[in-house]
Design a protein around this ligand. Sequence first.
Ligand code: ADP
Ligand code: MG
Length: 723
Amino acid sequence: SPRTSAIAAATSFKPSYPPMNFKDEPTAQLFNANVFSKATMKKRLPKEVYKKLVQTIEAGEKLDCSTADVVASAIKDWAIEKGATHYAHVFYPLTGSTAEKHDSFLSPDGDGSAIAEFSGAQLIQGEPDGSSFPTGGIRVTFEARGYTIWDVTSPAYILENTNGTTLCIPTAFVSWTGEALDKKTPVLRSMQALNAQAQRILKLFGHNDGSLVSSTAGPEQEYFLIDKNFYYARPDLLNAGRTLFGAKPPKGQEFDDHYFGAIPDRVLSFMFEAERELFKLGIPVKTRHNEVAPGQFEIAPLFESANIATDHQQLLMTTLRRTAEKYGMVCLTHEKPFAGVNGSGKHVNWSMGSSSQGNLLDPGDTPHENAQFLLFCAAVIRAVHKFQGLLRSVVASASNDHRLGANEAPPAIISVFLGDQLTDVFEQIKSGGANSSIPKGTLTVGVDVLPPLPKDAGDRNRTSPFAFTGNRFEFRAVGSNQSIAGPLVAMNTIVADSLDFCATKLEEATGGDPAKLHGELQKLLTEIMNEHGAVIFNGDGYSDEWHAEAEKRGLLNLKTTADALPILQTEEVKELFTKYSVLSERELESRLETYLEQYVMSIKVEYNLTLKMAKTMIFPAVIRYQGELVSNCASLKMLDYDFDTKTLDKVTLLVKSLQDSIAELEEAGAENGSEDLLAEANYYCHTILPLMNKVRGFADELEGIVADDLWPLPTYQEMLFIK
Ligand code: ADP
Ligand code: MG
């Protein structure tokens, strides 16, 4: 059977790739090797052109055509030396994936031969026929023009495939009316908004040097690896990215023996190669380890500017998937591939900083004296409280719904974890002013040979969706399969709004007199904490008490995507995004529509798969087994043996239940056809999903009874433990 041959193939895999080391391939040769980095630009561009380009990258100045021509020609020469034959404008449509259109460098020259050509115009602008990308009604096919525009701030890079090498140019994707059709454009706009408001605050503190404040992001990516033979034997994994059937394995994650355990050989080889590729692309991956669930792992790069981190995140997911294939595995980035074991998230570490001020969320040792930090931190707290619904809606997806709120990931309630030290400081502020910070102290282990260590100011809290972790916030509700663009756009914009609020108040109250700043700031912080302190919660976010307490505090608990997405329609959110020119009303509407559509479509696919697998794989296996039991019982009866029919009774009962539940699901699916997307989303959420689970329930129970050699699908145990 496909299942047994999958097991045989999986257990006999032998990787044959040399491991990476920094001796044979020094880091300098490796890191950024495939990136048209600043260093490469400097080497290859005339001084004047290089200067102009850097000014464009760093200060946002416009690039003129003649400069673009020179840059294009240099990029082309570099790319061709690296083996490239084509160039591609890479863009990030609303599906959350990465799209690219390849064009050859080769142009016929009219005399019967051809030359390699790449002009500034081709570098700067492209026009893919993107009419099939979801745009939520912004474009109808007769006005389907969409342009890709070079994002100078994100470097061009080379992608090496077995069958060819391509120069990739990160671009923004907009309609011919200039509306954003992608995920990158609003990230860039939101960074601009954040910078503008942060500058006003810094000015109040006397920092006038104008160095750009940019938001920084460091995403930690969780993923599963399974042998590809199992993947191809499971139509649900193949088509929906998650298992729609499968009984809990006898052994799951309860021993915690996988978490941070030794990494299996085959996986380690995979990691070496993936990291090597990522280094070449200039992605600074730093951390790798096993995660909680068997077969689950994590990779985390060092933080970068939000825009670049977003592009790199997309590239990282693609690289993981591609590399896994080489090792006979499949990398699953779905948020919940396996029911009953932990799902995967993407913790997005977020902060803001500038070259002259450093990290603006660094509290120092005595935060109560660090007025500037307190203001930036309070601005974040206010933002999260005021826009908790928005933060929930930007992580909403059909797949992430299986994870949020399921005692393994943060709940759907958005709250802020501050830790003991900062909570104490802000409590003091609430009652009039902060005079002290709890000292960090030292950690003594009680073993003489272990040195005393400086202690962190607070313990970690793994249950909070939005946690302060020393010098940044960590947004943990983001799903492993999601682009981090949405969450970053939201965070940048809501914090810009808070900084705007604070700057306006302080500018008015001080009338430009720096001597008044301290007193006015004190008042403002007290006001913010009184109004928004309810969002701070340091306890166990998984507990039932928190759900009750959060309700008392008036915090939102938007359990599903169907509940969360409509937040994008609220006046408050529309106003926020239009005020800072991050998304127009039309752009926002188009996003809502697209995300609702995607939600419905994903569940529709799962609905179809559930029916198909139940009818054509599970049901046939079950009645075969039932048939065996029947003939066995009949023979025993004929021979006058004493026997009981318990197993047959049980199977027969379950077969009937399975059949009925399939019919019920099929009927419910046929019934629906609402014109209204939100109504349809709710129908799929509250009617179809529960019926799918009902079918699954009977099938999973049968998996525990039916003869193992008849069971058609690779089991959880096989998929999670055979490496
Ligand atoms: P943990 O698992 O303990 O939370 P990791 O080391 O796995 O931590 O990941 C922490 C992430 O936070 C890294 O990507 C790191 O670069 C990032 N980070 C650190 N400082 C900042 C900052 N100022 N802004 C954004 N991200 C940051
Ligand atoms: Mg981590």
